[in-house]
Design a protein around this ligand. Sequence first.
Ligand SMILES: [Zn+2]
Ligand SMILES: [Zn+2]
Length: 258
Amino acid sequence: MRNIHAEFVKYGKNAKYWLRRCEMLLPEIAREEIWKKKRFSSIYEYAAKLAGMNHEKVNECLRIMKHIEDKPELLEVAREKGLGAVRPVVTIATKETAKFWAGNAITMKKNTLETYVRNYKAELRPSTDLNRLENVKMELDPKVADQLKKMKGDRDWNTFMKELMDGQRKPEPKKHVATKTNGICAHPDCNKPAVEFHHTKRFSLNHEHNPDQITPLCKAHHDLCHLGLIANEEKQPYEWQTNPKYEVDKLVQAYKTG
Ligand SMILES: [Zn+2]
Ligand SMILES: [Zn+2]
């Protein structure tokens, strides 16, 4: 019997493959103005009539290709998996780090990669940037406010609050884990709903079942934990850094010496 679905999947796969080949030729076609030589009014008309590509697609391809043309590792990923697979990393990858990002583009799910890049960028901004501090207004009983100010002493508020939170590690029943963060992912740069619980490294090391070592996370941040991409997982989640600077430093070093 004829399997129409199987046929569709097969032809679709082939169509995608050949379309990827077209996409990667676009920069050359633009540079050499091949469309003009072949008497089309624009590269858009050329791509639409010859390969069924729309205007946005052409712009998107040219934009991505501009970023990766000088980065063979990313070109390789694009050839294998399409330009969409490298899109999340094009604004962050440099010649030195292209290999690192290409590896991530191959192994990570798209959503995980996007989250990783977003956190990575956030952490590249200097942490002393005052614009990054958030102004929180609290309604407090004057007595509580007074007590709080006394406890704070001459430390800045940020340092003080961090210390206060560190002191909060008293055991609580497991069912309260999700309420620790009001059901939101515990990663500092994330507001997605927490859908999974993660036992931080401290648990696997000492097997204490302290709920403070169980962290509610969204899918993407949980993936990043298990890929070993939280640089300081032994710390409290609000201090987590997704940017393994040492990894990139190693790569840059290897690039320079090798
Ligand atoms: Zn986990
Ligand atoms: Zn998250």
